[in-house]
Design a protein around this ligand. Structure first.
Ligand code: PAF
Length: 276
Protein backbone atom coordinates (compact mmCIF):
# COMPACT_ATOMS: atom_id res chain seq x y z
CA UNK A 1 0.00 0.00 0.00
CA UNK A 2 1.30 3.44 -0.96
CA UNK A 3 1.03 6.33 1.49
CA UNK A 4 0.57 9.62 -0.33
CA UNK A 5 0.05 13.15 1.00
CA UNK A 6 0.04 15.31 -2.14
CA UNK A 7 -2.91 15.85 -4.50
CA UNK A 8 -0.88 15.67 -7.73
CA UNK A 9 0.72 12.38 -6.63
CA UNK A 10 -2.59 10.75 -5.69
CA UNK A 11 -4.19 11.91 -8.95
CA UNK A 12 -1.31 10.34 -10.89
CA UNK A 13 -1.66 7.13 -8.86
CA UNK A 14 -5.41 6.74 -9.58
CA UNK A 15 -5.23 7.83 -13.24
CA UNK A 16 -6.29 5.08 -15.64
CA UNK A 17 -7.99 2.84 -13.06
CA UNK A 18 -11.44 1.95 -14.43
CA UNK A 19 -13.14 1.79 -11.03
CA UNK A 20 -11.66 3.71 -8.13
CA UNK A 21 -13.28 3.16 -4.74
CA UNK A 22 -12.83 5.81 -2.07
CA UNK A 23 -13.26 5.18 1.65
CA UNK A 24 -13.34 8.53 3.46
CA UNK A 25 -12.18 8.41 7.10
CA UNK A 26 -10.81 10.57 9.86
CA UNK A 27 -8.61 7.69 10.99
CA UNK A 28 -8.83 5.76 14.27
CA UNK A 29 -9.97 2.93 12.02
CA UNK A 30 -12.26 0.28 13.46
CA UNK A 31 -14.14 -2.70 12.10
CA UNK A 32 -16.80 -0.37 10.61
CA UNK A 33 -14.18 1.35 8.43
CA UNK A 34 -12.58 -1.98 7.60
CA UNK A 35 -15.94 -3.32 6.37
CA UNK A 36 -16.04 -0.35 3.96
CA UNK A 37 -12.48 -0.99 2.75
CA UNK A 38 -13.23 -4.69 2.22
CA UNK A 39 -16.42 -3.84 0.29
CA UNK A 40 -14.41 -1.42 -1.87
CA UNK A 41 -11.80 -4.13 -2.45
CA UNK A 42 -14.48 -6.54 -3.66
CA UNK A 43 -15.97 -4.17 -6.23
CA UNK A 44 -13.20 -1.77 -7.30
CA UNK A 45 -9.90 -1.96 -9.20
CA UNK A 46 -8.18 0.53 -6.94
CA UNK A 47 -9.04 1.30 -3.31
CA UNK A 48 -8.08 4.65 -1.79
CA UNK A 49 -8.53 5.33 1.91
CA UNK A 50 -8.78 9.04 2.73
CA UNK A 51 -7.31 9.84 6.16
CA UNK A 52 -7.75 13.40 7.35
CA UNK A 53 -9.00 14.71 10.68
CA UNK A 54 -10.97 17.55 9.17
CA UNK A 55 -10.76 20.58 11.49
CA UNK A 56 -13.65 22.45 9.84
CA UNK A 57 -16.23 19.87 10.91
CA UNK A 58 -15.38 20.21 14.62
CA UNK A 59 -17.39 22.93 16.28
CA UNK A 60 -15.53 22.34 19.56
CA UNK A 61 -11.74 22.79 19.76
CA UNK A 62 -11.47 20.37 22.71
CA UNK A 63 -13.25 17.68 20.66
CA UNK A 64 -10.76 18.19 17.79
CA UNK A 65 -7.81 17.97 20.21
CA UNK A 66 -9.16 14.80 21.83
CA UNK A 67 -9.86 13.05 18.51
CA UNK A 68 -7.75 9.85 18.44
CA UNK A 69 -4.88 9.87 15.91
CA UNK A 70 -2.47 7.03 15.02
CA UNK A 71 -1.50 7.00 11.34
CA UNK A 72 0.90 4.06 11.65
CA UNK A 73 -1.82 1.83 13.14
CA UNK A 74 -4.38 3.06 10.58
CA UNK A 75 -1.98 2.37 7.69
CA UNK A 76 -1.40 -1.21 8.88
CA UNK A 77 -5.14 -1.85 9.26
CA UNK A 78 -6.01 -0.25 5.90
CA UNK A 79 -3.33 -2.29 4.10
CA UNK A 80 -4.51 -5.47 5.76
CA UNK A 81 -8.13 -4.80 4.71
CA UNK A 82 -7.03 -4.40 1.08
CA UNK A 83 -6.40 -0.69 0.47
CA UNK A 84 -4.00 0.20 -2.36
CA UNK A 85 -3.42 3.81 -1.32
CA UNK A 86 -3.66 5.66 1.96
CA UNK A 87 -4.10 9.31 1.06
CA UNK A 88 -3.31 11.37 4.16
CA UNK A 89 -3.06 15.03 3.17
CA UNK A 90 -1.95 17.71 5.63
CA UNK A 91 -4.20 20.61 6.67
CA UNK A 92 -2.21 22.97 4.41
CA UNK A 93 -2.91 20.68 1.43
CA UNK A 94 -6.67 20.51 2.01
CA UNK A 95 -7.03 24.13 3.13
CA UNK A 96 -4.17 26.10 1.56
CA UNK A 97 -3.65 29.77 2.40
CA UNK A 98 -6.49 31.82 0.96
CA UNK A 99 -9.01 28.98 1.02
CA UNK A 100 -12.43 30.65 1.09
CA UNK A 101 -15.11 28.33 -0.30
CA UNK A 102 -17.79 26.33 1.47
CA UNK A 103 -20.22 23.74 0.17
CA UNK A 104 -23.35 23.53 2.28
CA UNK A 105 -26.68 21.79 1.86
CA UNK A 106 -29.53 24.04 3.01
CA UNK A 107 -32.17 22.70 5.39
CA UNK A 108 -30.88 19.18 5.95
CA UNK A 109 -27.63 20.51 7.44
CA UNK A 110 -29.46 22.65 10.00
CA UNK A 111 -31.58 20.04 11.79
CA UNK A 112 -30.74 17.35 14.43
CA UNK A 113 -26.93 16.95 14.32
CA UNK A 114 -26.73 20.25 12.46
CA UNK A 115 -28.74 22.08 15.13
CA UNK A 116 -26.53 20.69 17.90
CA UNK A 117 -23.24 21.16 16.05
CA UNK A 118 -23.44 24.46 14.16
CA UNK A 119 -21.15 24.46 11.11
CA UNK A 120 -20.40 20.74 11.39
CA UNK A 121 -22.14 19.66 8.20
CA UNK A 122 -20.77 22.52 6.11
CA UNK A 123 -17.32 21.25 7.15
CA UNK A 124 -18.27 17.71 6.15
CA UNK A 125 -19.80 18.56 2.77
CA UNK A 126 -16.95 20.93 1.91
CA UNK A 127 -14.25 18.34 2.61
CA UNK A 128 -16.23 15.55 0.90
CA UNK A 129 -16.74 17.75 -2.19
CA UNK A 130 -12.99 18.40 -2.16
CA UNK A 131 -12.01 14.73 -1.87
CA UNK A 132 -14.44 13.76 -4.64
CA UNK A 133 -12.92 16.45 -6.87
CA UNK A 134 -9.36 15.50 -6.00
CA UNK A 135 -9.83 11.78 -6.66
CA UNK A 136 -12.88 11.54 -8.98
CA UNK A 137 -13.71 8.05 -7.64
CA UNK A 138 -16.39 5.98 -9.37
CA UNK A 139 -17.76 5.02 -5.96
CA UNK A 140 -17.40 6.27 -2.40
CA UNK A 141 -18.26 4.14 0.65
CA UNK A 142 -19.89 5.47 3.81
CA UNK A 143 -21.24 3.86 6.99
CA UNK A 144 -24.93 3.98 7.91
CA UNK A 145 -24.12 5.12 11.46
CA UNK A 146 -23.65 8.65 10.13
CA UNK A 147 -27.09 8.54 8.54
CA UNK A 148 -27.66 12.29 8.34
CA UNK A 149 -24.18 12.76 6.86
CA UNK A 150 -25.06 10.16 4.21
CA UNK A 151 -28.35 11.93 3.39
CA UNK A 152 -26.47 15.23 3.00
CA UNK A 153 -23.77 13.73 0.81
CA UNK A 154 -26.36 12.08 -1.43
CA UNK A 155 -28.16 15.45 -1.75
CA UNK A 156 -24.89 17.26 -2.53
CA UNK A 157 -23.77 14.71 -5.12
CA UNK A 158 -27.14 14.95 -6.88
CA UNK A 159 -27.35 18.73 -6.66
CA UNK A 160 -23.79 19.32 -7.92
CA UNK A 161 -23.83 16.60 -10.62
CA UNK A 162 -20.87 14.86 -9.01
CA UNK A 163 -20.27 11.64 -10.92
CA UNK A 164 -19.62 9.34 -7.94
CA UNK A 165 -21.91 6.55 -6.71
CA UNK A 166 -22.53 6.67 -2.96
CA UNK A 167 -22.57 3.23 -1.40
CA UNK A 168 -23.75 2.84 2.20
CA UNK A 169 -22.90 -0.16 4.38
CA UNK A 170 -24.68 -1.27 7.55
CA UNK A 171 -23.64 -0.18 11.03
CA UNK A 172 -21.10 -2.55 12.58
CA UNK A 173 -21.82 -3.19 16.26
CA UNK A 174 -20.03 -4.72 19.24
CA UNK A 175 -21.56 -7.95 20.55
CA UNK A 176 -23.53 -5.92 23.12
CA UNK A 177 -24.95 -3.68 20.39
CA UNK A 178 -22.79 -0.56 20.80
CA UNK A 179 -22.23 0.93 17.34
CA UNK A 180 -18.53 1.05 16.47
CA UNK A 181 -17.18 4.60 16.54
CA UNK A 182 -13.72 6.11 16.67
CA UNK A 183 -14.97 7.93 19.76
CA UNK A 184 -15.64 4.72 21.72
CA UNK A 185 -11.99 4.60 22.82
CA UNK A 186 -12.65 7.84 24.72
CA UNK A 187 -15.29 6.18 26.96
CA UNK A 188 -14.31 5.22 30.51
CA UNK A 189 -15.03 1.57 31.40
CA UNK A 190 -18.16 2.64 33.27
CA UNK A 191 -19.40 4.87 30.44
CA UNK A 192 -18.70 2.10 27.93
CA UNK A 193 -21.10 -0.06 29.93
CA UNK A 194 -23.74 2.72 30.15
CA UNK A 195 -23.44 3.34 26.40
CA UNK A 196 -25.12 0.01 25.69
CA UNK A 197 -28.39 1.79 26.60
CA UNK A 198 -28.36 3.51 23.18
CA UNK A 199 -28.86 0.32 21.19
CA UNK A 200 -31.07 -1.17 23.90
CA UNK A 201 -33.43 1.80 23.57
CA UNK A 202 -33.39 1.75 19.76
CA UNK A 203 -34.00 -2.02 19.69
CA UNK A 204 -36.89 -1.71 22.16
CA UNK A 205 -38.46 0.97 19.97
CA UNK A 206 -38.01 -1.16 16.87
CA UNK A 207 -39.71 -4.05 18.65
CA UNK A 208 -42.64 -1.73 19.47
CA UNK A 209 -42.99 -0.99 15.74
CA UNK A 210 -42.95 -4.73 15.01
CA UNK A 211 -45.69 -5.09 17.65
CA UNK A 212 -47.82 -2.46 15.90
CA UNK A 213 -46.91 0.87 17.50
CA UNK A 214 -46.94 3.72 14.95
CA UNK A 215 -46.85 6.85 17.11
CA UNK A 216 -43.41 8.49 16.87
CA UNK A 217 -43.83 10.19 20.25
CA UNK A 218 -44.34 6.81 21.93
CA UNK A 219 -41.28 5.40 20.14
CA UNK A 220 -39.00 8.26 21.12
CA UNK A 221 -40.36 7.88 24.68
CA UNK A 222 -39.27 4.23 24.69
CA UNK A 223 -35.72 5.21 23.67
CA UNK A 224 -35.59 8.10 26.16
CA UNK A 225 -36.69 5.76 28.98
CA UNK A 226 -33.86 3.30 28.22
CA UNK A 227 -31.37 6.18 28.20
CA UNK A 228 -32.78 7.59 31.44
CA UNK A 229 -32.31 4.22 33.13
CA UNK A 230 -28.59 4.52 32.35
CA UNK A 231 -28.63 8.14 33.48
CA UNK A 232 -28.05 9.39 29.93
CA UNK A 233 -29.80 12.46 28.54
CA UNK A 234 -30.14 12.61 24.78
CA UNK A 235 -29.39 15.69 22.69
CA UNK A 236 -32.21 14.41 20.52
CA UNK A 237 -34.17 11.25 19.75
CA UNK A 238 -36.20 11.61 16.60
CA UNK A 239 -38.18 9.50 14.16
CA UNK A 240 -37.33 10.81 10.71
CA UNK A 241 -37.66 10.21 7.00
CA UNK A 242 -34.37 8.46 6.03
CA UNK A 243 -33.81 10.66 2.95
CA UNK A 244 -34.87 14.12 4.15
CA UNK A 245 -34.52 13.74 7.91
CA UNK A 246 -37.86 15.51 8.26
CA UNK A 247 -39.57 14.41 11.51
CA UNK A 248 -42.32 11.82 11.16
CA UNK A 249 -45.35 11.77 13.50
CA UNK A 250 -46.81 8.43 12.45
CA UNK A 251 -44.74 5.58 11.05
CA UNK A 252 -46.49 4.52 7.86
CA UNK A 253 -43.33 4.05 5.73
CA UNK A 254 -39.82 2.79 6.56
CA UNK A 255 -38.30 5.36 8.92
CA UNK A 256 -35.19 5.95 10.95
CA UNK A 257 -35.00 6.52 14.69
CA UNK A 258 -31.91 8.67 15.16
CA UNK A 259 -30.33 9.82 18.40
CA UNK A 260 -27.34 11.64 19.82
CA UNK A 261 -26.38 11.50 23.47
CA UNK A 262 -23.47 12.45 25.67
CA UNK A 263 -22.18 9.51 27.69
CA UNK A 264 -19.81 11.03 30.23
CA UNK A 265 -17.79 13.48 28.15
CA UNK A 266 -18.16 11.54 24.88
CA UNK A 267 -20.92 12.36 22.42
CA UNK A 268 -22.25 9.33 20.53
CA UNK A 269 -24.79 8.96 17.72
CA UNK A 270 -26.75 5.92 16.61
CA UNK A 271 -29.83 5.04 14.60
CA UNK A 272 -32.03 2.14 13.64
CA UNK A 273 -34.35 1.48 10.70
CA UNK A 274 -37.96 0.67 11.50
CA UNK A 275 -40.43 -0.73 9.00
CA UNK A 276 -44.17 -0.72 9.71
O1 PAF B 1 -17.46 10.25 8.52
C1 PAF B 1 -16.32 10.75 8.66
O2 PAF B 1 -15.39 10.15 9.19
C2 PAF B 1 -16.09 12.18 8.19
O3 PAF B 1 -17.20 12.97 8.41
C3 PAF B 1 -15.64 12.26 6.71
C4 PAF B 1 -16.75 11.78 5.79
C5 PAF B 1 -14.38 11.43 6.51
C6 PAF B 1 -15.34 13.72 6.35
O4 PAF B 1 -14.30 14.23 7.11
Amino acid sequence: MKIIDQVAAVRAAVAGSPRVGLVPTMGALHEGHLSLIRAARRSCDLVVVWLFVNPTQFNDAADLDAYPRDQERDAALAADAGADILFAPGVETVYPAGFASTVSVAGLSEILEGAHRPGHFAGVTTVVAKMLNMLRPQVAFFGAKDAQQVALIRRMVTDLNIDTEIEVLPIVRESDGLALSSRNVLLTAQDRQRATALFRGLSAARQRVVDGERDAAVLTGVVAAALAQANITADYVSVVDPATFEPIKTVTEPALIALAARVGSTRLIDNIEVTP
